[in-house]
Write a protein that binds this ligand. Structure first.
Ligand code: KG4
Length: 332
């Protein structure tokens, strides 16, 4: 049987990406251009600047993905792009590029749900996972728990009621003037903590809140602590904040896995890069429970996950038309 080659494009936030994937799994190329340096002076993503940077980067990245895979446009069977959720202006750049390729090369267009794609990442370059599983998405814009039943079948179990976890890392970091993005910086400082005292209440997020999360209370507690303790130890604050932030993820995720009788837990999104998160999740596993975290370059925003998940829509003949539009927010 002929191998199916997909070109995926991703431009929902501050990463422009193009990737080529064979049969929904084998990554032939995965090119990413991050805008972190452009946005860092603002301590967050500026939508207008992001759109312009995507526009500059999208074509060079497509060329580079083709070159890296040793293929040409004539080898591509379908083109896919993220169309939801994300920053409207940013999403438009990737989707428009995909529409143009689809129109000129007469190949199917597939518009992809970014959240589903993130939680598909463990299927890339690996055959160790199958549906159903519990999916935890932790990034700068999302903190949500899903029951992943199959392609196109993701059921939202709970999400954050306020800030996303990555946003809380970034805001705490900004307040302590550490830099942007805050997650990796706090992760690093926390490793230097010695006393490891609990500086913040055990579980600030709403109790008995099913599978929901909350980070604004924890963020405010950290900010108030820093304001009221001018001689605070930066490593200890980073450690204690991080422990509380991860604790709620652990509680909710394992509760969901055990409630639904599922052993596989997939964690994706930028915050999955956190070293302590990995350690704590692994130590919580029992009775054959398995934590699956894709490699960092497939965990953060990338286009291989877009090309990968859309292969299954291609096989089903579920294509989009050139009328496809972008959507900032979605209901799952
Ligand atoms: O998935 P991602 O690359 O993109 C968006 O959400 O757009 O996630 C970025 C987020 C940022 O908030 C960043 O601070 C966080 O992931 N992050 C981390 C770590 N590395 C990145 N958070 C905690 N620990 C890390 N090591």
């Amino acid at each position: 049987m002929k191998n199916i080659i997909g070109l995926g494009l991703e431009s929902s936030c501050d990463e422009t990406a193009a990737a080529i994937v064979e049969n929904g799994s084998r990554v032939l190329s995965n090119r990413i251009a991050s805008q972190i340096d452009i946005h860092s002076e603002y301590y967050g993503v500026v939508p207008e600047i992001a759109s312009r940077a995507h526009l500059e980067m999208i074509n060079p990245l497509i060329d580079s993905a083709l070159k890296e895979s040793g293929l040409t446009f004539d080898d591509i069977d379908y083109v896919a792009a993220t169309n939801r959720p994300g920053l409207i202006g940013s999403l438009m750049i990737g989707l428009q590029a995909a529409k143009t390729i689809s129109y000129i090369k007469k190949i199917p267009l597939i518009a992809v749900n970014h959240l589903e794609a993130h939680l598909y990442a463990p299927f890339l370059n690996s055959e160790t996972i199958s549906y159903p599983y519990i999916g935890l998405l932790v990034s700068g814009g999302n903190t949500a728990l899903y029951l992943m039943k199959g392609i196109g079948e993701m059921i939202l179990l709970g999400r954050t009621m306020d800030d996303a976890i990555g946003e809380a890392f970034d805001k705490v970091s900004k307040f302590m003037e550490l830099g942007y993005p805050g997650g990796p910086l706090i992760d690093k400082l926390a490793r230097k903590a010695v006393k490891k005292e609990k500086l913040f209440p055990k579980l600030l997020a709403a109790k008995n809140a099913d599978y929901r999360f909350s980070y604004s209370g924890l963020k405010t507690a950290v900010i108030n602590y820093v304001k009221n303790n001018p001689d605070y130890d930066i490593n200890e604050v980073a450690y204690s904040f991080q422990e509380s932030a991860i604790e709620i993820l652990i509680r909710r995720t394992f509760a969901a896995a055990r409630d639904y009788g599922l052993k596989n837990i997939v964690i994706a999104g930028g915050v999955a890069a956190n070293s302590r998160l990995r350690e704590l999740f692994l130590s919580e596993c029992r009775d054959g429970e398995k934590i699956i975290i894709p490699p960092i370059d497939l965990c953060t925003d990338n286009a291989a996950m877009i090309a990968g998940v859309s292969y299954h829509y291609f096989c089903r003949g579920q294509f989009d038309t050139l009328e496809a539009d972008v959507t900032a927010k979605i209901r799952v």
